[in-house]
Design a protein around this ligand. Structure first.
Ligand SMILES: [Ca+2]
Length: 418
C-alpha cells in the first residue's frame, strides 16, 4: 500500500503533500541593484518543521529572511469557470492556451478573457487524480509550423503513463488540432493516479525538457534513481522526440537515452533563468519541497536523501546528505506544494527581475524568491489574502504575471503593478 498519499482539501491527493555549484564568474542574479544589502530577519511565518532533526547543509538552504515587495500590485480576474486548470501558454497574438487537468480540455483565451470552445482532436487522457491534461507549450517554430506541445496522462493497457504529444493547431470558431504525434512516452507503464510530473520547457538551442514524477507508489518510487526507468527523471528530447546526441546517459548500458538528471520525486515546476539554465521545484513528501538546478547526469537523491518524511511521520531518509548526490539549492519544511514556475525577466516589475516565482498549492500563495549567486536570500508569499491554491505562474509578453488557481471553478488571474 502507498503510505505516501496525504489528505487533501480538493479530494485529489495533493502532493502536498549538492551544495549549489560555485559558478565563479556567473553574473549576479540580483535585481539590478547589487549595492542593495541582502535581507535579514525572520523567515516567512510558517508552522514548525516536520523534520527538525535534519539540519540544512549550508546557511540559507531553508527559511531565508522574509521580504516584502516595494511595488504595489493589482490582481485582475481575466476568466473563471475552468475545472482545475493546469497550464498557460501564450500564442504569438497574446491569446493564451489553457489546459484543464481532469477533463482533458484545451481552450484558447483572449487577453480579455473570452474562451473558445474546447479544442477538438486531442487524444483521450486518464483524468484521475494527478493525471489528466497537464502542460502546454507553443512550439519554437509555431509561426511556420503551427505546432503546439502538451503533456498528459495517457491511458494504456495495464495502467497509464505520462506522454508528450504535438500537433498543428488549426484556429477558428471551432479550433482543432491535426496530425497528432506522440513524441515521448514515459516508461514503464504502471497503474497510478499520482506523481505524473509533466512540465515542458523549450531551450533556445531547440531542445525540450520534460519533468517526470515517480508515480508515488513504492513500485515507482524505487525506480527514481534507476537509469533503466523514466520515473523520477528530467528528460531531454528533440522536438520530434528523437534523442539529442549529447545527452548524458547515451553510453550507460540499459539506460533510457532521454534521461538528463535522476533522483527526483515529482516536478511540476520548471523554468529557464536568464542564462538559459534549467531550474525546477519538486514536490517533497511531508517536509522537503526542493529548488534544484538539474545538471546533466547528476543525481538529486530521491528517495535516498531529502529533508522530508512520510505523511505518516515515518522516516524515509537516514540522512539528508550523501556523497555523489546533489543538495537542493533551497528547501521548504513545511512544504508549499509547488506547481508552476517562472523566473522573471520583464520590464513591468524591475524589482522582480531574476526572481523565482512558484505557485503554491498548500501554501495558497504565489511564492517569490530573491536570488543571489544562485542561492535564495529572501522569500515572500504573495496573494495570501486570496487564500487560493496557485497551480501555474507564467510571465506574459506584456511583463505581467499570469496565474491559474486550482479549483473546480479555477480562475485565470493577471498580476500587474498598481
Ligand atoms: Ca533531492
Amino acid at each position: 500500500m502507498d503510505s505516501g498519499v496525504p489528505p487533501e482539501d480538493s479530494g485529489v491527493p495533493d502532493d502536498d503533500a549538492g551544495v549549489p555549484d560555485d559558478d565563479a564568474g556567473v553574473p549576479d542574479d540580483d535585481a539590478g541593484t547589487p549595492e542593495e544589502p541582502l535581507p535579514t530577519g525572520p523567515p516567512v511565518p510558517q508552522g514548525p518543521a516536520n523534520v527538525p532533526e535534519f539540519d540544512p547543509a549550508f546557511p540559507g538552504q531553508t527559511r531565508v529572511p522574509a521580504i516584502q515587495s516595494r511595488t504595489e500590485i493589482t490582481v485582475t480576474e481575466i476568466a473563471s469557470g475552468f475545472r482545475n486548470p493546469w497550464a498557460i501558454a501564450f500564442l504569438p497574438d497574446q491569446r493564451m492556451l489553457v489546459t484543464e487537468k481532469p477533463t482533458g480540455s484545451l481552450y484558447i483565451v483572449t487577453p480579455e478573457g473570452a474562451k473558445s470552445p474546447a479544442v477538438t482532436g486531442l487524444p483521450a487522457v486518464d483524468g484521475r487524480g494527478q493525471g489528466g491534461l497537464l502542460d502546454v507549450e507553443v512550439g519554437p517554430d509555431y509561426a511556420e509550423s503551427g505546432l503546439i506541445y502538451w503533456t498528459y496522462a495517457e491511458p494504456r493497457t495495464g495502467g497509464n503513463g505520462l506522454a508528450v504529444a504535438r500537433a498543428r493547431l488549426v484556429d477558428g470558431a471551432q479550433p482543432r488540432v491535426e496530425n497528432v504525434q506522440v513524441i515521448f512516452q514515459m516508461m514503464p507503464t504502471l497503474e497510478s493516479t499520482l506523481h505524473s510530473g509533466g512540465r515542458l520547457v523549450f531551450t533556445p538551442d531547440g531542445k525540450l525538457f520534460v519533468t517526470l514524477g515517480e508515480r508515488s507508489i513504492l513500485a515507482g518510487r524505487v525506480q527514481a534513481q534507476d537509469v533503466r526507468s523514466h520515473f523520477g527523471k528530467v528528460v531531454r528530447i528533440n522536438p520530434d522526440g528523437s534523442v539529442p546526441d549529447d545527452n548524458p546517459y547515451l553510453n550507460t548500458p540499459d539506460a533510457k537515452p532521454e534521461i538528463w538528471s535522476i533522483g527526483h520525486r515529482n516536478i511540476l515546476s520548471a523554468a529557464l533563468d536568464s542564462q538559459n539554465r534549467l531550474w525546477t521545484v519538486e514536490m517533497g513528501p511531508q517536509g522537503g519541497d526542493e529548488l534544484n538546478r538539474p545538471e546533466a547526469g547528476k543525481d538529486y537523491g530521491w528517495p535516498t536523501i531529502g529533508y522530508g518524511e512520510e505523511y505518516s511521520g515515518a522516516p524515509i531518509h537516514e540522512s539528508p546528505r550523501r556523497e555523489g548526490m546533489e543538495q537542493p539549492v533551497y528547501y521548504w519544511d513545511p512544504v508549499i506544494s509547488p506547481s508552476g514556475m517562472t523566473i522573471y525577466t520583464g520590464n513591468l516589475f524591475p524589482e522582480w527581475r531574476n526572481n523565482v516565482f512558484i505557485g503554491g498549492l498548500s501554501a495558497r500563495a504565489l511564492v517569490r524568491l530573491r536570488m543571489h549567486n544562485d542561492r535564495a536570500v529572501g522569500e515572500e508569499h504573495l496573494l495570501k489574502d486570496r487564500n487560493e491554491r496557485i497551480r501555474e505562474v507564467v510571465q506574459g509578453p506584456d511583463g505581467a504575471l499570469y496565474l491559474l488557481t486550482d479549483a473546480t471553478n479555477g480562475k485565470l488571474l493577471k498580476v500587474t503593478p498598481r
